[in-house]
Design a protein around this ligand. Structure first.
Ligand code: B12
Length: 224
């Protein structure tokens, strides 16, 4: 792996946002995720490489530590901040031409769930693949999804859930959408989901990563 990508992963894992951030103390005064991402771009690395081989690797590492009780909520929040700071630099590179949208994706994290890193990443990549993304944010109720479907005729709905508890809310929302608007396609993602779960709740596509979502949407626009 390119050295700078490894450094970016460490910065996300350790919550080192930028040079000005004092945390963690042993990295004070050093470049953070923001500066290193800019250096990687300047060196000609692609936004995809930086995302997949730097930022996501760091987030996976802090995720493992969190699971093993070796890191705690404040550590994870700092990691999320470091990741978001870097993602701001990558975002323009994933943006598509607004005049040539292939369709609209209404995207949100389901009710009760505040995790938005995966949703934001998927939104960015799908936007880059030529779709207009209407971001509903986190903790999105079934009613809000249904209102957004009415307001964005012909849209596809994307949903994210990171908690086993909120997967139940996802199920309820998908079922309500399919009842109210059977033609609306629904794509779902989030670490605890599976193909089996997506099939059970009646989603049209299970997306273990944003690329799968982009491919499914591409297949819809090709068939349109
Ligand atoms: C970051 C994080 C947090 C941050 C969230 C910050 C933020 N702004 O999102 C904070 C600290 C706030 C947090 C809080 C909590 N968290 Co948390 N968190 C995580 C952590 C470490 C990483 C999640 C993440 O961002 N992953 C990186 C992204 C890129 O991955 P992703 O979301 O899966 O998305 C990818 C794909 O799935 C896909 N994707 C996702 N959605 C979609 C949707 C579509 C349409 C498409 C196409 C693709 C797609 O694309 C993404 C890129 O590949 C995970 C551990 C883990 N390894 O997952 C725990 C984890 C999810 N959290 C957990 C828990 C328990 C909590 C809390 C309950 C902790 C507490 N005691 O308060 C709270 C719940 C708050 C709430 N109501 O939501 C547990 C869940 C356990 C479970 N079985 O339910 C986990 C698994 C940690 C663990 N114990 O192992 N958390």
């Amino acid at each position: 792996m390119d050295q700078v990508l490894g450094q970016i992963a460490v910065c996300v894992e350790r919550g080192k946002i930028n040079m000005a951030s004092p945390f963690p103390p042993d990295l004070a005064g050093q470049n953070g995720a923001e500066e290193l991402t800019q250096s990687a771009l300047d060196a000609g690395l692609s936004a995809e490489e930086i995302l997949n081989q730097g930022l996501i690797v760091g987030m996976q590492k802090i995720g493992e530590k969190f699971r093993n009780n070796e890191a705690f909520v404040p550590d994870v929040l700092l990691a999320a901040k470091a990741m978001n700071a870097a993602m701001k630099l990558l975002e323009p590179l994933f943006k598509a031409d607004a005049n040539r949208f292939k369709g609209t994706l209404v995207m949100g994290t389901v009710a009760g769930d505040l995790h938005d890193i995966g949703k934001n990443l998927a939104s960015m990549i799908i936007q880059g693949a030529g779709w207009k993304v209407v971001d509903m944010g986190v903790d999105v109720s079934t009613e809000k999804f249904l209102d957004a479907i009415k307001a964005n005729e012909g849209c596809v709905v994307g949903m994210s859930a990171l908690l086993t508890t909120t997967m139940a809310n996802m199920e309820q929302t998908v079922r309500a959408i399919k009842e109210a608007s059977p033609a609306t396609k629904v794509i779902v993602g989030g670490a605890p989901l599976s193909q089996e779960f997506a099939d059970k709740v009646g989603a049209d596509c299970y997306c273990p990563d944003p690329q799968r979502g982009a491919e499914f949407l591409e297949s819809l626009s090709a068939g349109a």
